[in-house]
Design a protein around this ligand. Structure first.
Ligand code: ADP
Ligand code: MG
Length: 414
């Protein structure tokens, strides 16, 4: 059994989740379902969070961006060290850390254009990204800072290997879900972070589907900040206190995101603060509580519609396993449960031993474990990549450095 640390900070920027899991290679050569041992969350230092929000708004220059990359690495290292201190773990007890970094930009490939490329056009690698349909993304959190200051090999930047083969890269939950649920397939999962996504799991990976459904908490959080001066709708109380404004809901459902074919990834840009502000401005005459109810129901309708539009034979499944911070909003969970098609029941990942707020961090622990063992961890059927690949870049822990000498001032505080 190996121990892995997983770290995650999602689009909500509500903090960094750190988990410790146990995992090994099973008889089929694939990782076993990770066993969750413990987890904690730390906040981004306030001054760092401010710069990160400026980066999201495209207001930071190259120097600032470069500095923030190292700073974010230091914050991730601190999150891992806090967990290690809590559990009294030494670096040699942990095989690796999996952490994507903080995504600051993400787009999806233009699959229709990729499909139309001739063999000759496809052979022009530079054009694929220079002015072509292949996607890019950007994550902050310097892996060498994390590896150096935890003394644990650190795997970061997972989606780029999938992007290199024209895949969506995100969402990435499908790999953990395949590892966890392939023996009980078919299975359905829903993660409600800033953005929400659904995974449809089959034992045969080549039949899997994964896609973003649209907003998770992002619009609710934005409205909370703008209308009530608080970070989020604690326990869904604000959303529960209003009624849905039908005209606003109808307009939200017209968002062009819902016309995008699978695979589809959303990002803050699709449901950005600019988009949120434009809706808040247009419906400024509507009571604040009604705005919250409408965003809440919109999030639930987007999930239900995406499920019905994109997952075949829903009758074969009896439950959908939810995770992410949105699980703690009972108003949102009730709105989703009300709209689920057929006999689908909404359960949470607790049922399978993973606290919902930590499932994404567990995902990075599992992805990192696969990468350290050179095991394919993308799901081409879901991302539409051309190949299986090992996602993740490895920064090796200094304790593994061979043929190294010792310096008098070695930082020996790991
Ligand atoms: N008690 C709660 N009541 C309502 N919403 C909650 C609660 N706890 C967490 N959330 C929501 O979950 C979000 C964080 O979810 P998370 O899964 O961490 O998203 P991300 O992956 O984007 O960081 C918060 O911004 C908030 O909207
Ligand atoms: Mg979070």
């Amino acid at each position: 059994m190996a121990k892995m640390i997983g770290l995650n900070s999602g689009t909500s920027l509500d903090g960094i989740d750190a988990v410790l899991v146990e995992i090994e290679i099973g008889a089929d050569g694939q990782p076993t379902p990770p066993r969750f041992l413990d987890g904690l969350s730390i906040q981004w230092p306030e001054e760092v969070e401010k710069v990160m929000l400026d980066v999201f708004a495209n207001k930071v220059d190259m120097e600032g961006l470069g500095r923030l990359n190292y700073v974010a690495g230091a914050v991730f290292a601190n999150a891992a060290r806090t967990l290690m201190d809590k559990l009294n773990l030494s670096p040699s007890e942990v095989l690796g850390i999996g952490v994507d970094g903080q995504t600051i930009y993400q787009e999806q490939p233009d699959h229709a254009r990729i499909g139309r490329l001739s063999a000759h056009e496809k052979s022009d690698l530079v054009s694929r990204w220079f002015d072509g349909p292949y996607p890019i993304c950007y994550q902050l959190g310097e892996s060498n800072v994390i590896a150096a200051h935890t003394n644990i090999s650190t795997v970061t930047h997972f989606r780029q290997a999938d992007h290199a083969f024209g895949g969506n890269g995100a969402p990435m939950m499908q790999y953990l879900d395949w590892v966890m649920f392939k023996e009980h397939a078919p299975a359905l999962t829903l993660n409600i972070g800033g953005i929400a996504n659904i995974q449809y799991v089959e034992y045969d990976r080549s039949k899997m589907i994964a896609f973003d459904t649209g907003p998770g908490n992002v619009l609710l959080d934005h409205a909370c900040r703008e209308l009530f001066g608080v970070g989020y709708d604690k326990d869904g109380e604000l959303s529960a206190s209003g009624t849905v404004h039908e005209e606003m809901l109808a307009e939200l459902m017209q968002h062009p995101f819902f016309c995008r074919k699978l695979p589809r990834s959303a990002w803050r840009n699709d449901f950005s603060s600019t988009y949120g502000d434009s809706i808040l401005k247009k419906y400024s005459h509507v009571a604040k509580a009604d705005i919250m109810s409408t965003f809440c129901v919109f999030t639930a309708e987007a999930i239900a519609k995406s499920l019905q539009d994109n997952v075949p034979d829903l009758d074969r499944m009896s439950e959908i396993v939810a995770s992410g911070g949105g699980v703690f909003n009972p108003t949102l969970m009730a709105a989703i449960a009300d709209r689920l098609p057929g006999k689908l029941k909404l359960v949470t990942s607790d049922k399978y031993g993973i606290p919902p707020q930590f499932k994404e961090a567990v995902k990075f622990a599992a992805l990192g474990f696969a990468a350290l063992n050179s095991i394919a961890n993308n799901i081409p059927a879901a991302s539409h990549a051309d190949h299986y690949a090992v996602m993740g870049k490895i920064a090796i822990a200094p304790r593994h450095a061979k043929a190294s000498g010792r310096l008098p001032n070695d930082e020996n505080n790991w």
